[in-house]
Ligand binder design. Structure first.
Ligand code: DAH
Length: 354
């Protein structure tokens, strides 16, 4: 190889390197390829220049060796610079990926939600708390006396047949049973606190029922009771209208149909405008435009007396409704069993917060 050729070779390698350097390296593999191409020990272009120098006559070696060396120094330092640059960009990319974007909305922690029956209970409680009621509670394991007798169901009265339940012990002086309604809490509260009184009583109740789309052995009720001087059916009606309008909308109408419950006189089945057809008549209300929603009435004087309240001085009204049924109406569920099965797909869909 002639000296001129070798000199050209140095220039060519430098030119080739500068061209690549100008293009830059986009990735680590790009960088490794470039580094290998010029500085690789086996096949690198720079080591090859020194091989060429060895073949020259000694007189030319020094000059070319110096040029090759200069090229090597330039290329090595440039490659180191490219390497540092790449490392910096890699570090920046890592940091960007790991960075917290404080402008993003927060991630919600999975806290669960309220069961539809709980939502309904709390909505109703809010309405009555606003009206000055307090919330009372009673045992689910009741005795026959409080669940029936004191509420004016005589021992063999057929009204008991509508509320068959699970007896826990028939041996006790007053048989123990799972309460069939929240009404016995009327007895407990009136006996304990006397009059005047204004309470609601949400709670679980039991019936000996076969399970179907509208019946279950365990359901939830909410009882209301007001006892004071001068309370009349008009107070009951106004209260129920107010309550149902708050829950179902202001255009909800209310209708009272006389019926019998042993612990009220007069007693009424309360119906409201069908929420599906707004009163026009549909399949859900069997064409009537009305949906029965609760039982109510004026507290029977005997019941007041049973609790030590003078019916000459005090009168009252009471009402009772099923919370599960209200949940079905309010949220449009077709089947009561959905509320009982604990199916997460259903509950997640209806896990409300209020
Ligand atoms: N306790 C009744 C039941 O479970 C519902 C009821 C009717 C409650 C009339 C009342 C009332 O307070 O006045 O079927």
């Amino acid at each position: 190889m002639a000296a001129g050729d070798s000199g050209d070779a140095v220039a060519k390698v430098l030119a080739a390197f500068r061209e690549e350097q100008a293009r830059g390296v986009a990735s680590r593999s790009d960088f490794e390829r470039l580094k290998g191409r010029f500085l690789g020990r086996e096949k690198g272009l720079v080591p090859a220049l020194f091989a060429g120098v060895r073949d020259l006559p000694p007189s030319e070696r020094a000059a070319l060796g110096a040029r090759a060396n200069a090229a090597k120094v330039e290329i090595e330092s440039a490659v180191a610079g490219l390497g540092e640059d790449l490392a910096r960009r890699e570090r920046e990319a890592r940091e960007r990926a790991a960075a917290v974007d404080v402008t993003l909305p927060g991630r919600r922690a999975p806290t669960g939600g309220l069961h539809p029956v709980t939502v309904v209970r709390r909505r109703i409680e809010r309405v009555f708390l606003r009206m000055g009621y307090s919330i009372a509670d009673g045992p689910e394991l009741e005795n026959d006396r409080t669940n029936f007798e004191m509420l004016n169901f005589p021992p063999e009265h057929p009204a008991r047949d509508t509320q068959d339940t699970f007896f826990v012990s028939k041996k006790a002086k007053s048989p123990l049973l799972l309460r069939t309604h929240t009404s016995p809490v009327q007895i407990r509260e009136m006996s304990r606190r006397g009059a005047p009184l204004r309470i609601i009583v949400p709670g679980r109740v039991y019936r000996n029922e076969a399970l179907d789309a509208t019946h279950a052995a365990v359901i939830h009720q909410l009882e209301g009771l007001v006892v004071d001087r001068g309370i009349s059916m008009a107070d009951l009606k106004g209260t129920i209208e107010e309550f149902l309008a708050a829950l179902f909308g202001p255009d909800t109408k209310v209708r009272f149909i006389p019926t019998f419950f042993p612990f009220v006189e007069p007693g009424a089945d309360v119906a409201m405008t069908c929420i599906f057809c707004r009163g026009a008549g549909c399949g859900k209300c069997k064409g009537s435009g009305w949906i029965e929603i609760m039982g109510a009435g004026a507290v029977h004087p005997k019941v007041l007396e049973n609790c030590g309240i003078d019916p000459e001085e005090f009168t009252g009204f009471a009402f009772g409704l099923g919370l599960d049924r209200i949940a079905l109406l309010l949220f449009g569920f077709p089947d009561l069993r959905l509320l009982l099965e604990g199916d997460q797909r259903f509950l997640r869909r209806f896990a409300f917060e209020s």
